[in-house]
Design a protein around this ligand. Sequence first.
Ligand code: 13P
Ligand code: SF4
Length: 329
Amino acid sequence: MDFNQEVRLATDQIYKKISKVMPEIEWAVHAPYIHKINKLKKEKNAVILAHNYQTPEIYHGIADFSADSLALAVEASKTSADIIIMAGVHFMAETAKLMSPNKKVLLPDMKAGCSLSSSITGKDVRLLKEKYPGVPVVSYVNTSADVKAETDVCCTSANAVKIVKSLRVKKVIFLPDDYLAKYVATQTDVEIISWKGICIVHDQFNENEINNIRKNNPGIKIIAHPECPPEVIKASDFAGSTSGMINYVKDNQPKKVMMVTECSMSDNIQVENPNVEFIRPCNMCPHMKKITLPKILDCLENETGEIIMDQETIDRARLSVEKMVAIGR
Ligand code: 13P
Ligand code: SF4
């Protein structure tokens, strides 16, 4: 694909926006795809929903809506597009399908999974419910539709505490992120039965790393995702969902910040926060990084990677997501 004059003119404004985080030589590779995808999505009445961990050329170049997993689920329920392309991972595409069952939902790479989602099955949840009869099940949205179908109410990192409190019970089964479960336990009086799932990205951060960064960067604000180990969250100034972290930076404009999360977050928001210096040891999500512009173009052109689920699973799993959305952020 050529980086010709037509492409250059059509994409120039986007490049101006992200030139601080992308060298021109890299842009020449992305721009033809961006131009073609943006034209084709209009022709096909498709919408591209992107998670905050997508790379800048996706986040700023082609996404119609970029957000955390809660807002993506809500947006999927509202869109009037015929096709939803999820620039994210499999559970996010499934959740979009649950919220818009009559739409065509496409995922550009079916292997874009999630270590949390793959740590538990619907059968595991059924066994837990037998072991703890009557105890409500709260599942992180990072789960398969089969798990959601066995769940009373879903949550994301943006509303986990609020959802657990809303149940007004003494005990909940909280799945599958053990660290998020521990975080919720610190914020409520509810007894939490957890599962040993972890996020392979956030599990790599440790307390020493955080303390060293703070020592070497006086005044720095350190903000962490709640999927991090508890001691990392404790050593940080703030914990919140990906959008919560973005809003923290926008609202507080710290001189220096470290986002204890996936690498693309700092790149994406550097663009709108030019006066903030981002200090980055960060970790890459190998699943999120499976989504690329060439795969998105292929998926849009050929309508491949469709999310198909049986009606019973859709009906059961949707209830748990709808309950979460009704409770909100
Ligand atoms: P958010 O809900 O905060 O966007 O997080 C989703 C996720 O997968 C983080 O690792
Ligand atoms: Fe899953 Fe972690 Fe990747 Fe998020 S960052 S998609 S929780 S593996």
